[in-house]
Design a protein around this ligand. Structure first.
Ligand code: ADP
Ligand code: ZN
Length: 818
C-alpha cells in the first residue's frame, strides 16, 4: 500500500498539499510535526503534518518529503483546532494562521537568510562536522541562504542542520535582528565603603544630625541590614524610612550611599512567602470574586467591570492561584507590550518564577524558549503574560484565560492576515480547553456589555476604587471661550497651566494626553493654500520638529521641511494643528525647570524603550509625561495627581461609528491614571465643545448612560453588536480599474446575499502606499447563518478572480471590522 501525507504550507493557499511517504514514515509521523518539503521548482518549506492516508492525489504526481524535523509534535491538537477556527471565522487560510502563530525560527525555508550570532561564544568542539562547515563559511560571509548551505555541505536538505545551529545559538535568522534580551535592572543601595570605618561613620552621623530626613534614611538602612544580610532595594529603603526618592538621591549625590543594579531575573523569587501570596480582598473585590466563580460554574465567560484602580488585578491573582492549585496553566492577555513590564513585576511578587512573558518584541530565542516551556508544561510557564500572539502557544492544560483591558481595539490584528480579535479568539481557545475566562475593563466594550446584559456572559462589578480612594475630579475647560478672550498660551488654558504649576509645586507628577504625534499634522501655505501631501498616500504630511522633517504616518515617507511653498514659492508656511512634540516644546517654555518626557510611537521604537520611559516616570525622574493613547492604558503610577487632556474634539469627531464609545473609553482610562493613592486626583479636559454628551458622561463617570445611548444609535443605524460586519477592502494602483472592480463586486454581493451591502466607498484615507482603496461593507443580521454567508462571499470571490482584467486587484477581508 502507498502512503501519503497531507501538509499545511505556511503560505496563503486554500488547499492542503499531498506528499508521498514510506510506510515507516507513515508510522512515525503525527499530526503537528514539522516536515521539510520541496515546493515548486526549487523551494524548500517547513510544513506541518496534517493527515496520513493512502489516497493518491488525482491532479498531480506527489513528491517525496525531504525530512521529518520533530520527534514529537511541535503543535498540538488544541492549537490546530483553534487555528482552523481562526482561518474559517476570519476568512483566511490555515497557512496564514500558521505563519503568524509559529516563531519564524521553527519555520525555516529556502528563502531564509542566516548569519552568525555574534553574542554567543562558540566552542568549535561542540559542533558536528556539517555544523562546523557552516560556521566556518560564516566567518567569511556576512550571511548565507539555505540553498548556499546545501552547496557547502553537499546535501539537498539542510533544514534540520540549520535548526540545530539555531538551537545552539550559533546562527540567527536575518529578519530577527532584535536587541538581545536585557531584563529589568533592580536598583539597590548600600552605605559607601568610606564609612565602614567607625570614626568616619560617627562623623557622618554628627553631620547628618542637621538633616533629620537624611539621617532617618541612614538609620533605617542599618536597621534593615541588621535584620538580614540581603541587598536592599531602593524602593524598600524609601518605604521603610518613610522618606522620598529625592532624599535618597541627595544621599547618593553626596557619596554617602552608593547605588548598584542587579538583573531582575537573577533576583531569587523562589522564596515567595505564603504571606505575600495571601492578599486579602476587600468587600467589593470578594463579592466580585464570588460572582465570577458562580458564572464559571455555568461555564460562561465573565465580564469584570471594575472602575480604574478598583483592584481588578488582585482578583485575577486569586483566580490564577486557584488555577495553579488545580495544576493547570493560566494565560493573561494584555493589549499592549508596554503593560507587560509593570504586570510582570506584580505577578512575580506572588508567583515567583512561574511567570513567563511572550510577545513580538522578544527575540527569536526567547520566543522559542517560552514555546518549548509551554509545550513541556514546564514549571516556568505555568502563567503566561503576553500580547495577542501568546494565544498561539502550545497549551495542553489551560485552566484560566484573563483578557485585561478587553475594550482595547489593539486586540484586533489589522495586518497581515489572520485579522483576528484576540479577545474573541481567546474565548474560543478557552472553550476548546473547557477553561474559565474573565474579561476585565473599567470601560467595557459595547459588545461585551451587551453580551453580559443578554446573559451570554456572566457579570461582576467593582464599583469603588481600592482603599477608599476617590474617583478623580474631572472638569471640562471651554477653550473656545478662552481662545476668543485670548486667554490661551499656546495650547494651554490658564486653568490647566495653574493646575500644572500647583502639582509641580507639591512634588507631584502630571500626565498630558494628546492623541497625535509629531509637531503639527498640517503644513499649509498661507498664500496659495497648498498643503504638503504624501506622494504615496492620500494624507497631509506631519511636521516633526526634532528632525526638521515632514513625515507620512501611513507609509513612512519623509522629506526635509521646505523653506518655501512647493506650489507657489512663497515663504509663508503655517503649521496647523498640534501633536505631542509641540506640547513638549510649549511645556519647555511654560515650565523651564520641569523635566518633561514623551511617550509616543516616535520615542518607543527600541525594544526596551517603553520600559525605560515607564520606569523613569515611576522613579520620578520626570515631572511631566506627554503622550498619545499609549499613556491611557492601564498603567499604575503612584504619584500622578493631575491628568490633562489637551483636546478632546478630534477624537469625538472621527468619522467612525465607534468614535464616541472610543472617546469615552480613552478619556475615562487616561483620567483613571490620576490620584491612585490617597489624595483625590484631578483631571482637566480641554474642548471646544464641552457640552458634548460624551464629555458630560465622562465627567459624571456615567458608563450606563453612555452604553444606553450608544446601543440605541447602533440599533437605529445597524451597527455591531446588533449586526456583524465584514469589511472587504479592494486595493489597486489603477484608480479606474479599482472603481470598476469594486462596483462589480458590490453588485454581485447585493444580488446574491439579500442583506445590506454598503458601498463601494472610499475610506477617509483613500490611497496608501500608492494603492487606491475602496471598501464594501456587509452587514449580517445576528440571526442570519454566518458560515453560509461567508461561503457565498467566497464563491463570489472565485468568480471575481476568474475575471482576467481584475487580476491585479487584491481583496482583503476584515471580519468583525472595528
Ligand atoms: P485596576 O487594575 O482595577 O486598575 P489595580 O489592581 O492596579 O487596579 O489596584 C490598584 C491599587 O490598589 C494597586 O496598587 C494595588 O496593589 C492596590 N490593591 C488592590 N487590591 C488590593 C488588596 N486587596 N490589598 C492590597 N492592595 C490592593
Ligand atoms: Zn504616505
Amino acid at each position: 500500500m502507498d502512503f501519503f501525507l497531507d501538509v499545511v504550507l505556511p503560505i496563503p493557499l486554500e488547499r492542503l498539499f499531498t506528499y508521498k511517504i514510506t510506510p515507516q514514515e507513515a508510522d512515525f509521523i503525527k499530526k503537528g510535526m514539522r516536515i521539510a518539503v520541496p515546493f515548486g521548482k526549487s523551494k524548500i518549506y517547513t510544513a506541518l503534518a496534517y493527515r496520513v492516508h493512502s489516497e493518491a492525489p488525482i491532479a498531480y504526481e506527489p513528491k517525496e518529503i525531504y525530512q521529518i524535523l520533530d520527534e514529537i509534535p511541535l503543535v498540538n491538537e488544541f492549537q490546530l483546532k483553534h487555528w482552523e477556527w481562526i482561518a474559517e471565522y476570519y476568512m483566511c487560510t490555515l497557512g496564514e494562521v500558521i505563519r503568524s502563530a509559529l516563531p519564524s525560527a521553527f519555520m525555516l525555508e529556502s528563502e531564509t537568510l542566516v548569519l552568525l550570532n555574534k553574542e554567543v561564544q562558540v566552542d568549535e568542539m561542540d559542533l558536528q562536522d556539517d555544523e562546523f562547515l557552516v560556521f566556518e563559511a560564516l566567518q567569511h560571509q556576512s550571511h548565507l541562504q539555505i540553498g548556499e548551505i546545501s552547496d557547502i555541505v553537499d546535501k539537498k536538505n539542510v533544514l534540520s542542520l540549520v535548526n540545530r545551529l539555531v538551537q545552539k545559538g550559533v546562527v540567527l535568522q536575518k529578519e530577527e535582528l532584535y536587541e538581545q534580551y536585557k531584563p529589568k535592572m533592580v536598583r539597590y543601595v548600600k552605605l559607601s565603603d568610606t564609612y565602614c570605618d567607625d570614626a568616619k561613620l560617627e562623623e557622618l552621623l554628627n553631620e547628618l544630625s542637621r538633616a533629620p530626613k537624611q539621617s532617618q534614611v541612614v538609620l533605617t538602612l542599618f536597621q534593615i541590614q541588621a535584620k538580614n544580610k540581603k541587598p536592599i532595594p531602593v524602593d524598600d529603603l524609601e518605604k521603610e524610612s518613610g522618606s522620598s526618592k529625592a532624599v535618597i538621591k541627595a544621599l547618593i549625590d553626596k557619596g554617602v550611599l552608593e547605588e548598584y543594579h542587579i538583573r531582575k531575573d537573577r533576583v531569587d523569587f523562589e522564596d515567595t512567602s505564603e504571606e505575600s501570596r495571601n492578599i486579602s480582598l476587600n468587600e467589593y473585590q470578594s463579592k466580585a470574586l464570588d460572582a465570577i466563580q458562580d458564572s464559571f460554574e455555568d461555564k460562561k465567560p465573565v465580564l469584570l467591570h471594575g472602575v480604574t484602580s478598583s483592584g481588578k488585578t488582585e482578583v485575577y491573582v486569586k483566580l490564577i492561584q486557584q488555577c495553579l492549585d488545580r495544576g493547570q496553566q493560566a494565560l493573561y492577555l494584555l493589549p499592549e507590550i508596554a503593560l507587560t513590564s509593570q504586570l510582570i513585576n506584580r505577578l512575580q511578587h506572588y508567583f515567583g518564577n512561574k511567570v513567563s512573558v511572550y510577545h513580538s518584541k522578544y527575540s527569536i530565542h526567547e520566543r522559542v524558549e517560552v514555546w518549548n516551556n509551554v509545550l513541556h508544561n514546564a514549571e516556568k510557564a505555568q502563567i503566561v503574560i503576553g500580547a495577542r500572539s501568546s494565544l498561539f502557544l502550545p497549551y495542553s492544560n489551560l485552566g484560566l484565560v484573563v483578557v485585561d483591558e478587553e475594550h482595547e481595539s489593539s486586540f484586533k490584528q489589522f495586518d497581515p492576515a489572520p485579522r483576528y480579535h484576540a479577545r474573541d479568539a481567546a474565548i474560543v481557545l478557552a472553550s476548546l480547553h473547557s477553561s474559565d475566562t474573565v474579561l476585565g475593563s473599567a470601560t467595557p466594550s459595547i459588545e461585551s456589555m451587551y453580551n453580559a446584559k443578554s446573559g451570554k456572559y456572566g457579570y461582576a462589578a467593582i464599583p469603588y476604587r481600592f482603599g477608599n480612594v476617590l474617583m478623580p475630579d474631572i472638569n471640562l475647560v471651554d477653550i473656545k471661550e478662552a481662545t476668543r478672550k485670548k486667554r490661551m498660551k499656546g495650547h494651554f488654558s490658564e486653568i490647566l497651566i495653574n493646575a500644572i504649576a500647583e502639582a509641580l509645586e507639591e512634588g507631584e507628577q502630571v500626565i498630558l494626553f494628546q492623541n497625535r504625534r509629531g509637531f503639527a499634522p498640517v503644513v499649509e501655505c498661507t498664500t496659495c493654500g497648498h498643503v504638503a501631501q504624501c506622494p504615496n498616500c492620500d494624507v497631509s504630511l506631519t511636521y516633526h520638529q526634532h528632525r526638521n522633517q515632514l513625515r507620512c504616518h501611513y507609509c513612512g515617507y519623509h522629506m526635509a521641511l521646505q523653506q518655501a511653498c512647493l506650489a507657489c514659492g512663497n515663504a509663508t508656511l503655517d503649521k496647523k494643528g498640534f501633536g505631542t512634540e509641540q506640547i513638549q516644546e510649549e511645556l519647555g517654555q511654560l515650565f523651564p525647570k520641569a523635566v518633561v518626557g514623551r511617550m509616543d510611537l516616535d520615542t518607543t521604537r527600541g525594544k526596551y524603550a517603553y520600559e525605560k520611559i515607564i520606569s523613569a516616570f515611576e522613579n520620578q525622574e520626570m515631572d511631566i509625561l506627554v503622550g498619545t493613547q499609549m499613556v491611557t492604558k492601564g498603567l499604575d503610577f503612584r504619584n500622578v495627581s493631575l491628568v490633562g487632556i489637551m483636546n478632546a474634539d478630534t477624537m469625538l469627531n472621527f468619522p467612525d461609528y465607534r468614535a464616541h464609545e472610543r472617546s469615552f473609553q480613552m478619556l475615562t482610562q487616561v483620567a483613571g491614571r490620576a490620584g491612585r493613592t490617597q489624595k483625590r486626583g484631578k483631571v482637566l479636559i480641554q474642548s471646544y465643545n464641552p457640552y458634548h454628551q460624551i464629555l458630560q458622561q465622562v465627567t459624571t463617570n456615567d458608563y450606563e448612560k453612555m452604553f444606553t445611548e450608544q446601543l440605541y444609535e447602533r440599533e437605529q443605524f445597524k451597527y455591531p453588536p446588533l449586526v456583524r460586519i465584514i469589511k472587504i477592502t479592494l486595493k489597486d494602483r489603477d484608480f479606474n480599474k479599482l472603481n470598476e472592480a469594486s462596483d462589480w463586486l458590490a453588485s454581485s454581493l447585493r444580488n446574491v446575499l439579500k442583506i445590506p451591502v454598503l458601498g463601494p466607498e472610499y475610506p477617509p484615507v483613500a490611497r496608501i502606499r500608492r494603492d487606491y482603496l475602496k471598501n464594501v461593507l456587509i452587514k449580517i443580521p445576528r440571526e442570519y447563518p454566518l458560515a453560509q454567508t461567508k461561503n457565498s462571499i467566497k464563491r463570489i470571490e472565485r468568480s471575481f478572480n476568474a475575471i482576467s482584467k481584475y487580476k491585479s486587484v487584491r481583496l482583503v477581508y476584515n471580519v468583525d471590522h472595528i
